[in-house]
Design a protein around this ligand. Structure first.
Ligand SMILES: CC1=C(O)/C(=C\N=C(/Cc2ccccc2)C(=O)O)C(COP(=O)(O)O)=CN1
Length: 457
């Protein structure tokens, strides 16, 4: 795959520095072998997340100057609201400071103890808020999503049989909503097809069960539908995004992804009563319902980012840059999740470090090796992220033990992608030397991924 020529030129740059191996060794020890605890200035290429790390455009920065900081009824809120309505199609728009804030409010509104929430694979903050409100998450994604080698176009699809079985087992009245992610982050950024969305919509309509979309990377999903699903190639990404949302009753959104914002999010629904409930909670947790924990300048940046996100040259080059990196790494024989996702290339750490047992956390180990090798920060998306089963207290060992190389939007060039590919390939060639993993020296009780500390074995 060729690296795409981006539909923008660079006007502002931020210097980055390659550290020395000695600096990196000292930094990693100080960070407890958790790259998430490294100071960003000691990271050369930061692939920790695409969330909030994208470059804003000149018009988004202009919005920062135009932000209306009125406490109530800000002009910027009405622009934000109109952008969500126009591009996602929901009438009731509630701003929140970021995605998990929308998840908190939605879960408090809809979930009661003992409820069951089916979804296409879990996501850490989404499941956390479902469980905090007494909900039980059920994974109803197709089996192939858990197989890194399964090279299928829509691994984010729901297995209708699994969903029907759950409905039959617990009863529709115990399912407050179906939680659909487009794309599926933990599967490696895998899309859901429009046909599957429509089938889920039809099945849930029969039982009167709402469908709530996690829209964080829905523009990426729309691009994959346009490229891969028969019948959609002539439609615009904007039309496909609207159609994805039309299959659902509402959405939570982290504007820190598709919309290029550094902060921001929203909850949007069709039901005015649910919207009223949510607005009553937003003033408790986020701020007035016309700013929701964002400054007016952030509302402007998000609104502009939404408009830019569906422009085809923008989303095409975003996806093609990730594909370029994945293609270079895969052609060198390095085991990665297939197909390459929208926002990340995911290394299959169990295959990469076959000699490191699961109890020694191969993905966590590989993130450390990658940082030591070339100052690259990646994300553990495996057993450490999965945490412990609340019932048994035992570690969950998901079939996907991944190192996520997450690509921020409009930030890195082909040169950086080549540094990353060369480093991953070099580590893979020398993987026999990486024969032992890490163990916890500190393990927090919730969302341990962020604050855990380890030592090498
Ligand atoms: C699909 C999806 C997301 O990917 C998402 C955040 N992703 C993040 C940020 C993150 C969150 C938790 C652990 C590690 C990294 C990502 O690095 O992937 C959120 C929460 O949004 P928020 O961060 O704005 O609160 C909701 N849904």
């Amino acid at each position: 795959a060729r690296h795409p020529a981006e539909p923008w030129r660079i006007k502002t740059v931020e210097p980055i520095r390659m550290t020395s191996p000695e600096e990196r060794k000292a930094a990693l020890e100080a960070a407890g072998y958790n790259v998430g605890l490294l100071p960003a200035e000691l990271v050369y290429i930061d692939l920790y997340t695409d969330s909030g790390t994208s470059a804003m455009s000149d018009r988004q920065w202009a919005g920062v100057m135009l932000g209306d900081e009125s406490y109530a009824g800000s002009r910027s809120f009405y622009r934000f609201e109109a952008a969500v309505r126009d591009f996602y199609g929901y009438d009731e728009v509630i701003p929140t400071h970021q995605g998990r804030a929308a998840e908190n409010i939605l879960s408090r509104c809809l979930i009661r103890p003992g409820h069951h929430v089916p979804g296409n694979m879990y996501f850490t903050t989404t499941r956390e808020h479902q469980e905090l409100n007494g909900g039980i998450f059920h994974d109803v994604i197709v089996d192939e999503a858990h197989d890194p080698e399964a090279d299928l176009p829509f691994k984010g699809n729901v297995d209708l049989g699994k969903l029907e079985q759950l409905i039959a087992k617990v009863g529709a009245d115990q399912i407050p909503y179906v939680s659909l992610a487009a794309t599926v982050n933990m599967a490696g950024g895998q899309p859901i097809s429009m046909a599957n969305l429509a089938e889920v919509r039809e099945l849930t309509r029969q039982h009167g069960i709402p469908v709530i979309l996690d829209a964080a990377r829905a523009v990426e999903n729309a691009w994959f539908i346009k490229q891969r699903e028969p019948g959609w190639s002539e439609r615009t990404v904007a039309e496909i995004l609207r159609e994805i949302c039309a299959q659902t009753d509402g959405a939570t959104m982290s504007a820190k992804k598709d919309s290029f914002a550094n902060i921001g999010g929203w909850l949007a629904v069709r039901d005015p009563h649910l919207a009223e409930q949510a607005r009553n909670l937003v003033v408790v947790y986020e701020g007035l319902h016309t700013y929701g924990g964002m400054a007016g300048r952030d509302l402007e940046a998000v609104a502009q980012g939404i408009e830019e996100s569906v422009q085809e040259p923008s989303i095409r080059t975003r996806i093609e840059q990730v594909a370029y990196l994945g293609d270079r790494i895969a052609r060198a024989g390095v085991p990665i999740v297939r197909p390459v996702g929208g926002h990340a290339v995911c290394l299959n750490a169990t295959a990469f470090l076959a000699q490191v047992p699961r109890e020694q956390f191969p993905a966590q180990t590989l993130t450390c090796a990658l940082y030591l090798d070339a100052g690259i920060r990646s994300t553990e998306r495996g057993a450490v992220s999965a945490g412990r089963d609340p019932a048994t207290g035992h570690n969950r060992y998901p079939s996907l033990e991944l190192v996520r190389l997450t690509i921020p939007r409009r930030v890195y060039t082909q040169g950086h992608m080549d540094v990353v590919a060369d480093s991953v390939i070099r580590l893979h060639e020398g993987r026999k030397a990486l024969c032992s993993g890490v163990e916890f020296t500190y393990e927090p009780s919730t969302l341990r991924f962020f604050q855990s500390r380890f030592r090498p074995l």
